[in-house]
Design a protein around this ligand. Structure first.
Ligand SMILES: *[C@@H]1O[C@H](CO)[C@@H](O)[C@H](O)[C@H]1NC(C)=O
Length: 264
C-alpha cells in the first residue's frame, strides 16, 4: 500500500515524459494557460456574454491560451480529461491559472459536476446518479491539488484563483463568497502555489462602481458578464496579481500596470 496520496496523473508517466521531450525545448516563450468555467471561457455563458479570460492577454507581455469551458467544475474538468490535456500541453516555465467554483455545488441526483462537501484532500461523498447508481466523488481540493501537483512536476507554474462573484448584493456590498472561495485559498496554501483572491478583487471593483453600473454588466443572469464586465473582471485579476507574489506579475505590461483599484 502507498501511504502518500495517490495522485491520479501518475498513471500517465510515459505519456507525460514523451510530451516533455516533444514540447519542453528550452528558450521558447512562456504561455499562460487558463482552466475554468463559463465566467472565464471564450463565449462566456452564451449570447451577449463573454468570459474574462478573453481579456487577460491585453494586460500581459506573453500569450494566453484560454482552455476554460462553460459548465465545468473542478471535478468535470478532471473527469473529462481536460486537466490532463492542459498538463500534457504545458511546458516548463508556463503558467496555469486555475479558477473553479460556480458549477461545483451539490446536486441530487448527481449532475456530473458536484464535488464532495469539505476542504480535505481525502474528503469524499457517496452520490446517486439519475439511474440510481451510487459512486464516490472527491473534494474540490482533491481535484485542484492533483492538477497543481502534476503541473509542478512538469516545471509549470500553477496559480489558483478564487471564483468570481455573482451579481447579488446585500446593501452596498456584494453578497458573501461561496465556500469554494475558501477552498481555493486552502488549496493554494496546502500546495504552496500563488493565490489570487479574484472574488475579493472583483468585489472591490464592483463596489467602487456601485450596484447599478455593475448590474449593467449582467445582460442575462447574475453569473455571466457582458464583454465590458469581463474586461473589469480581467483587470481585477491583474490587480490581484500585482498585489500578490506570483512571478507572472513580471509579465504584466503597461496597460496592466494601470488597471484601477488597490490591494485588498
Ligand atoms: C448510471 O449512471 C452512471 C453515471 O452517469 C454511469 O456511469 C453508469 O454507467 C450508469 N449505469 C447504467 C446501468 O446505466
Amino acid at each position: 500500500m502507498v501511504t502518500t496520496p495517490l495522485h491520479i496523473y501518475t498513471m500517465f508517466p510515459k505519456f507525460v515524459a514523451l510530451l516533455a521531450i516533444a514540447c519542453g525545448a528550452p528558450g521558447l516563450a512562456q504561455t499562460v494557460y487558463l482552466a475554468g468555467d463559463s465566467t472565464m471561457a471564450r463565449g462566456g455563458g452564451g449570447s451577449g456574454t463573454e468570459g474574462w479570460g478573453q481579456f487577460l492577454a491585453q494586460y500581459l507581455t506573453i500569450p494566453v491560451v484560454n482552455m476554460a469551458i462553460a459548465g465545468r467544475s473542478a471535478r468535470s474538468y478532471t473527469e473529462e480529461g481536460r486537466f490532463q490535456t492542459l498538463i500534457s500541453t504545458a511546458k516548463s516555465g508556463d503558467f496555469a491559472i486555475i479558477e473553479f467554483g460556480h458549477n461545483d455545488g451539490t446536486a441530487n441526483p448527481d449532475n456530473g459536476r458536484q464535488d464532495a462537501v469539505g476542504d480535505g484532500y481525502d474528503t469524499t461523498s457517496l452520490v446517486t446518479a439519475a439511474n440510481g447508481t451510487k459512486f464516490l466523488v472527491h473534494s474540490f481540493p482533491f481535484y485542484i491539488q492533483n492538477a497543481v501537483d502534476a503541473l509542478k512536476a512538469k516545471g509549470a507554474i500553477p496559480i489558483i484563483s478564487s471564483q468570481t462573484p455573482d451579481n447579488l448584493w446585500t446593501g452596498t456590498k456584494l453578497s458573501p463568497p461561496s465556500r469554494f472561495v475558501a477552498y481555493a485559498a486552502t488549496t493554494a496554501g496546502r500546495t504552496s502555489v500563488s493565490y489570487v483572491d479574484h472574488f475579493a478583487y472583483v468585489a472591490q471593483a464592483y463596489q467602487a462602481l456601485g450596484q447599478t453600473a455593475t448590474t449593467a454588466f449582467y445582460p442575462v443572469d447574475h453569473v455571466h458578464t457582458s464583454p465590458a464586465g469581463a474586461n473589469v473582471v480581467a483587470q481585477s485579476f491583474v490587480r490581484g496579481l500585482l498585489c500578490g507574489s506570483s512571478s507572472l506579475k513580471s509579465r504584466v505590461n503597461s496597460a496592466g500596470q494601470s488597471v484601477p483599484n488597490g490591494c485588498v
